[in-house]
Write a protein that binds this ligand. Structure first.
Ligand SMILES: NC(=O)c1ccc[n+]([C@@H]2O[C@H](COP(=O)([O-])OP(=O)(O)OC[C@H]3O[C@@H](n4cnc5c(N)ncnc54)[C@H](OP(=O)(O)O)[C@@H]3O)[C@@H](O)[C@H]2O)c1
Length: 240
């Protein structure tokens, strides 16, 4: 299935995997809409994309905003959802309320996107969520993040049945070299160090690139027989 002239909405499209997917979809002739919270990041992504891209500032956990986005668009062919807040709490140290953002964004945000996008989609449309290998191989301190990823993988399988023939899938990345690491660790050097250390432990001996994920996201948009699946892209992390 070609993406030419298709409307592709990337929720969390101003950076990393979302931005790379927006770029790849545009290169195939899609009309792309990207969202994110920061207007500055959206502006800079729009310059990077160098095409007619529509940007919408929106928190993925905002149900009314998500409904307004899809009502305003009127028609959408494919949605790629990457937005999520990462919360960290080793040994139950954080207040429970502070951890809710992980669920409110990745799980509820994904649910809102599907709920309001699906009625605007043709039967050959698709929705792809993003999780992470934490759903299968948890890391200490990321219990709620791991739970949110597992929940989204289950949600995708359930929606693949409920929304069929619209297809619903998941991309499950491992270590991917994106601006996320710099944001989480508060500096480029620390991020580079952590990525290099993580990459050294992988069978493939390198971190993934945003483009590796974008390729998978486009595969799931275009392959008319793929539904209810979770595609792992982790350089062998789950095996090692
Ligand atoms: N990078 C990795 O190694 C890795 C590994 C496993 C899983 N993942 C998952 O993959 C996804 C994409 O990560 P990435 O590495 O591409 O991150 P990134 O470079 O930080 O990009 C995240 C994108 O999502 C947007 N976003 C974040 N929170 C949002 C919210 N509450 N509402 C709306 N937009 C929001 C960001 O823009 P604003 O900040 O301006 O809102 C940005 O456009 C995430 O779900 C992440 O947990 C990443």
């Amino acid at each position: 299935m070609s993406l030419k002239d298709k409307i592709v909405v990337v929720i969390g499209g101003s950076s990393g995997m979302g931005l790379a997917t927006a770029k790849a979809a545009m290169a195939e002739g899609a009309k792309v809409v990207i969202t994110g919270r920061s207007e500055d990041r959206l502006r800079s992504a729009s310059q990077d994309l160098r095409g007619t891209v529509r940007t919408v500032a929106l928190d993925a956990a905002d149900e009314a905003g998500t409904r307004a986005l899809f009502e305003d668009l009127g028609h959408v062919d494919h949605v790629f959802f990457t937005a999520a807040t990462l919360t960290f709490s080793p040994g139950f140290k954080a207040e429970s309320a502070a951890l809710r953002a992980a669920i409110d964004t990745r799980l509820w945000g994904a649910y809102y996107a599907a709920k309001y996008a699906a009625p605007k989609m043709p039967p050959e449309g698709s929705i792809t969520f993003t999780t992470g290998t934490a759903s299968q191989k948890p890391v200490p301190g990321l219990a709620i993040v791991a739970a949110s990823c597992g929940a989204v993988e289950a949600l995708a399988r359930a929606l693949a049945i409920e929304l069929a023939p619209i297809r619903v899938n998941v991309v499950r990345p491992g270590l991917i070299d994106t601006p996320l690491h710099e944001k989480l660790l508060g500096g480029k050097e620390r991020a580079l160090k952590q990525i290099a250390a993580g990459a050294a432990r992988l069978p493939l001996k390198r971190a993934g690139r945003s483009e590796d994920v974008a390729e998978a996201a486009l595969f799931l948009m275009k392959n008319c027989f793929a539904t209810g699946i979770t595609l792992t892209l982790d350089g062998g992390h789950l095996l090692a």
